[in-house]
Each structure stands twice: as C-alpha cells, then as structure tokens.
Ligand binder design. Structure first.
Ligand SMILES: O=P(O)(O)OP(=O)(O)OP(=O)(O)OC[C@H]1O[C@@H](n2cnc3c(O)ncnc32)[C@H](O)[C@@H]1O
Ligand SMILES: [Mg+2]
Length: 203
C-alpha cells in the first residue's frame, strides 16, 4: 500500500487528517511514529512553513509527505496570532495560555471576527519541484468564555454564529465537514486524483 507521512506533531491535527484520509488506500504514518522531530517554522506565511515541514519529513523518511501549517487570525488584531498561533503565549506551545492571551488581547474590542487558515502541502519527495499547495479559510467569531470539549487549540473560543456552536462543540466528523482543514484536504485529494497519483476505494 502507498505510504504517506503526516508531517505534524500536533495530535489534534493528526487525528483530523487521518480521519479525512481514511477512505483512501494509503498507509498514513504520523512523523512521530518515525521519531521525526518538528521542523523549524521560520517563515511569515503558512504556505512557506507548510512547505518546510513537508520537505523536512520527506527528507527524513524517504517517503511522500503531507504537512499542515495553520492558525487563527483575529480581525481586530490585524490577523494576529496568525502564523505564530501555536506559540502566541511563548514556547513551549500551550493551548490554554494561547487562548488566555488571545482573549486578553481582544478585551474592549468590538470586532470579534476571525478566521482559521489551513495551508496544506504535499510533496512526493524532499526535492519535489511541483509541491501541491492548497490554502483555505474558515470564518467565525471569538468568544470570551470557552465552550465544548472536542477539537483542540482555539476551538472552544471559535464560535460559528450560524450554528450557535463553537468548533469544540462539533462532533469530529462535523468539524471535518466544514473546517479549514477539511476543506483543504478535500481540495488537495481532488488535485492528487486529477494527477492520477492516488486511487480511492471508489475507483
Ligand atoms: O507544526 P505542527 O507539528 O503541525 O503542529 P503545531 O501545533 O505547531 O501546528 P502549527 O505550527 O501549524 O500551529 C497551528 C496552531 O494553530 C491552532 N490551530 C490550527 N488549526 C486549528 C484547529 O482546527 N482548531 C484549533 N486550533 C487550531 C493551534 O493552536 C495550533 O497549535
Ligand atoms: Mg508548528
């Protein structure tokens, strides 16, 4: 079976990506299972960081790799925390501290609009000259009081106004059906299939 390394050490992301990839005939291997450490993420864009992660995991494993660089952008904060979402409150990364800082920074701001961003990059090999790149957004608004126990990261504060629920109140499959990551992975799979590189069980 074709193998794919998931170039992420975030358990929440790995869970979501693995569920979305489950219908494909692929052996999905999180990089942690191969003892591949996190890549450096020095760039100013999600796409560049995702590309660095994908190349890093592919170089270390000798396998095709899929990376996700994502984050949340608060509209009243000029898009912060953005690419530094994982380490907004400092290192090591801590979801609770990041959420607290974000809510504190939004105190007194009327505009609670925000969007998640997900950049996905697939490479066939470490030096792949044609990486496949998809970037998507998921819009919502940020609430002070956390609600819900599903998901990860900023999800308990990310309200979907049309549903009246936070991302952390959605079942995993509901979140994947509408999230930035779900949208991006469906697009990426369609691109890969149009290249004829992956077959699904439906084929
Ligand atoms: O780099 P990897 O190993 O993939 O893991 P990471 O957690 O460091 O991932 P990022 O560098 O892409 O940082 C993204 C951060 O944005 C947040 N984030 C991204 N997608 C999210 C989602 O679906 N729900 C909640 N928070 C999310 C979360 O805090 C992540 O830690
Ligand atoms: Mg990271």
């Amino acid at each position: 079976m074709r193998k794919l390394v998931l170039a992420s050490n975030n358990a929440g992301k790995v869970r979501e990506l693995a569920a979305l990839l489950a219908p494909l005939q692929l052996e999905v291997i999180p990089q942690g299972a191969l003892d591949i450490p996190s890549a450096e993420e020095p760039h100013h864009t999600f796409v560049e960081n995702a590309l660095a992660k994908a190349r890093h995991a592919s170089a270390a494993s000798g396998l095709p790799a899929l990376a996700d660089d994502s984050g949340i952008c608060a509209h009243a904060l000029d898009g912060a925390p953005g690419v530094i979402s994982a380490r907004y409150a400092g290192e090591p990364a801590n979801d609770a501290a990041n959420n607290q800082k974000l809510i504190k920074d939004l105190q007194g701001k009327n505009n609670r609009g925000a969007h998640y961003v997900c950049a996905l990059v697939f490479v066939n090999s470490a030096n792949d000259p044609e990486p496949l790149i998809v970037q998507t957004r998921w819009y919502g608004s940020l609430i002070d009081e956390p609600k819900g126990a599903n998901g990860f990261g900023y999800d308990p504060h990310f309200l979907l106004p049309e549903l009246g629920l936070t991302a952390a109140e959605l079942a995993p499959e509901q979140k994947n059906a509408i999230s930035h990551r779900g949208q991006a992975l469906r697009e990426l799979i369609a691109e890969l299939q149009s290249r004829n590189e992956w077959q699904t069980q439906r084929d």
